[in-house]
Design a protein. Sequence first.
Length: 97
Amino acid sequence: MKLVPLSSIIKTYFSSKVSAGETAELVNVKIPKPYVGFIYKIANSWYPNTFLKFIIDGELVEILKMRRDITNPLEYEPPIVVKHSIKVIVVNNSSED
């Protein structure tokens, strides 16, 4: 099996502005065949009353409700295995932008 960084086959950095009271899809990527993805770390920005739904292969894996800086990412051991897709939904429950 040949290992390649996930960033060499799909985009791995995403950003978006989500208005107060809105929900938006931030990430929706498919893992190309014959690859399988392994997610070891996740970093994200965070704003009050906002959270991220992290969905792998159609299953809700994690709800991120706190900031994880690039210098202190959330780590997964063992890694999350991705066979088909990665989706991230942003929910902004704030009442003000």
